[in-house]
Design a protein around this ligand. Structure first.
Ligand code: NAP
Length: 635
């Protein structure tokens, strides 16, 4: 337990116990401490220090002593102003100990989040008079719908948000299985405009993320503009009026809602994938897809099958195994599963105090946590020379493969039978990285068995595999994922000339311009749309939700400012963009043999990269923030 930070002095003022401050600094991200302190002091000795990982004992002690001394004098609430551009650049370069190019600086300059609403768009010259009755319809109140709504609030553009569930939060309200939590650290999985959310754990649990999104919805005025229990089933563009006409199922029947623009923020992990297993209708026990986790289920003493080892199956195994009598884990393809520092750990009171009392620490901690993703592009780009010398993909990826293989050995206690079945043959970073929640360790429990023979059929009592073995179970948890390629499905979207969006995409799956726009579907945007999820040089998804919301807002702003009623991407631009995208994707790990594209939900049934933007992150940022008006038509 932490000591009380405050102690009373003779004159009755409260001071903070220096030992408490020291512990706070020792627990903190020392890179962030150094930059925040330098921002306050300009102390050249701080500038001369290396990265936290490279500090020797004396340098570490120097940094900690300086921080403690400063905090003893100056600790208190507050938020620093954004420094001028040249100073900001110095601080950012100091944080990562590299000299950024202009492309990178432009993409990253708002990540420390000094501005109240980083990355959001504003009017060119004050709020103009809006056309009578102008309104944007946002569909979905998960992270991206809320980002769009807050952007509209900032601009003062009227909007209505339609949400099919009775509460805000999207996928986080649906997925309530045991131990669900974020698997990227919460300081990066939050909005930069909300600077004081008090996460109780470093990786927020599902209920806390739900509470966070509920708070965002209420605090920023979105809740009162949300119509809950509205499931959009149809959206039609009325060409005569340049208006979208939506039909939504409600508990009282169909409601029709109109808007001048529509932002689809409906998520990707929306429709559960429920593969058919021969004989499943004969099963006498219970099937559970994790996205439909029954509130009242008690697995104590039950025999359970867990099918799937993606992020969901891996996250829920340990708590399920702790309750159940016996668990059979059905693995079709091994995954690369990695540990995360501070995963499952509470935010210590000392660190909480630091966040509250060291102005700038939140900003630079956030920046450093995001900066940890800057290099991820390196995993997916080829290195032919390395392969010619006998390497598998490239030095960085091969190193990760060897580190994660060592991790499997350590976690399984060297159990060779398990290791042989657990180490994947494809390269790490081919598929969505999976974070370990004690999955490997759970496999070593007496009541857990890893089954790698393919499932042949379901019997009334359980599961039979191809080798004829039969596993009797009471419950089958199908952690089999989501129909991620069904964008906007099953709703019917009709654009100009009666075009149906699913027909438009029928050749080789959903596509979009910049992941957001489709020709012949004017005034329509998708957030987290086809080829949206950045693969490389990442900055965390909530940053991207805001970037995409701001892109849509830029176009809506221009439309209003120029007195136009339609904005659309030209088909030629859409085709050119997608040709370049396919070409870029073809070079990357995911579409190469070493990346096992046939085993990857990032790749669709036509062999196209479907989920991800293949671009270098800062380049994709540039494309999504500097609008190329020549690619668009305003009418
Ligand atoms: P997933 O990654 O698609 O994994 C599905 C699993 O089910 C795979 O192991 C797959 O095997 C297996 N499977 C599917 N059909 C099967 C069949 N017919 N027979 C046997 N096995 C079958 O789905 P997910 O685990 O739900 O994760 C989806 C995404 O949601 C994640 O990638 C992540 O983006 C997100 N997510 C995030 C969090 C978080 O942040 N905390 C938690 C959960 C999910 P194969 O590998 O052979 O296809």
């Amino acid at each position: 337990m932490a000591a009380e930070p405050n102690t009373a002095t003779d004159n009755g003022e409260a001071t903070v116990d220096p030992d408490f401050i020291r512990r706070a600094v020792e627990l903190a991200d020392l890179n962030a401490v150094r930059v925040a302190l330098y921002q306050h002091t300009g102390d050249p000795e701080l500038a001369a220090l290396p990265k936290a990982l490279e500090l020797d004992d004396a340098q570490r002690a120097l940094l900690i002593d300086k921080a403690v001394a400063w905090l003893e004098q100056h600790a208190g609430p507050g938020a620093p102003e954004e420094p001028p551009e040249d100073e900001l650049r110095v601080l950012m370069n100091m944080a990562t100990q590299e000299t950024m190019g202009d492309l990178e600086f432009t993409a990253r300059r708002e990540l420390p989040a000094f501005k109240p609403f980083p990355l959001m768009t504003s009017w060119t010259d004050g709020t103009p008079e809006l056309p009578e009755g102008f309104r944007v319809v946002i569909v979905g109140s998960g992270f991206s719908g809320l980002a769009t709504a807050v952007q509209m609030e900032q601009l003062g553009i009227p909007y209505v948000l339609l949400e099919r569930r009775p509460e805000p939060g999207g996928t986080w309200t649906i997925n309530r299985y045991p131990d669900i939590r974020v698997d990227t650290i919460s300081i990066t999985y939050e909005f930069a405009f909300e600077k004081d959310y008090r996460w109780s754990e470093y990786f927020g649990k599902g209920p806390e993320v739900r509470a966070y999104l509920d708070m965002i919805s209420k605090k920023y005025g979105v809740y009162e503009n949300t119509r809950f229990e509205r499931n959009v089933v149809k959206a039609t563009f009325d060409e005569a009026r340049d208006v979208w006409v939506l039909e939504a199922e409600t508990p009282d029947g169909i409601e029709t809602i109109e808007g001048n623009a529509i932002v689809n923020a409906v998520g990707t992990f929306t429709n559960p994938r429920l593969p058919y297993f021969e004989g499943e209708e004969t099963f006498e026990g219970q099937f559970i897809h994790p996205s439909r986790w029954p509130e009242d289920i008690d697995l104590t003493g039950k025999r359970v099958a867990v099918v799937g080892n993606g992020s969901t199956g891996v996250q829920l195994l340990a708590p399920v195994a702790a309750d159940a009598e016996q668990v059979f884990v059905f693995q079709r393809t091994p995954q690369w599963i990695s540990p995360r520092d501070k995963y499952g750990q509470p935010v210590e009171p000392e660190v909480r105090w630091l966040l509250d009392n060291f102005p700038g620490y939140w900003n630079w901690w956030r920046y450093m946590a995001i900066a940890a993703l800057f290099g991820t592009h390196g995993f997916v780009v080829p290195d032919d020379e390395w392969v010619a010398q006998g390497g598998k993909w490239n030095p960085m990826d091969d190193q990760l493969r060897s580190d994660l293989t060592a991790y499997i050995h350590a976690q399984t206690g060297g159990d060779q039978d398990l290791i042989d079945r657990l180490v994947p043959e494809y390269a790490p970073f081919s598929r969505r990285p999976v974070v370990d929640n004690g999955w490997y360790k759970a496999l070593t429990r007496d009541n857990v068995d890893l089954i790698t023979d393919p499932i042949a059929r379901i019997t009334p009592k359980g599961i039979e595999t191809d080798d004829g073995s039969v596993y009797d179970v009471d419950v089958i948890i199908t952690a089999t994922g989501f129909e991620v390629v069904q964008y906007l499905f099953p709703a019917e979207y009709t654009g100009v000339g009666g075009r149906n969006i699913h027909d438009y995409w029928s050749k080789d799956g959903p596509r979009a311009y910049l992941s957001m726009m489709v020709p012949h579907f004017p005034n329509m945007f998708m957030l987290y749309g086809p080829n949206s999820q950045p693969l490389s040089g990442g900055t965390g998804l909530p940053v991207w939700y805001v970037i995409w919301a701001a892109y849509a807002a830029q176009l809506i702003v221009r439309m209003i400012e120029e007195g136009k009623s339609r904005v659309e991407v030209k088909e030629s631009a859409y085709l050119r963009y997608n040709e370049a995208l396919d070409d870029e994707a073809s070079k990357l790990l995911l579409l190469n043999e070493e990346g096992a594209p046939d085993k990857n939900y990032y790749v669709n049934e036509f062999g196209r990269l479907q989920m991800n933007a293949p671009w270098y992150g800062p380049e994709f940022h540039r494309m999504c923030t500097e609008v190329d008006w020549d690619d668009l038509e305003l009418a």
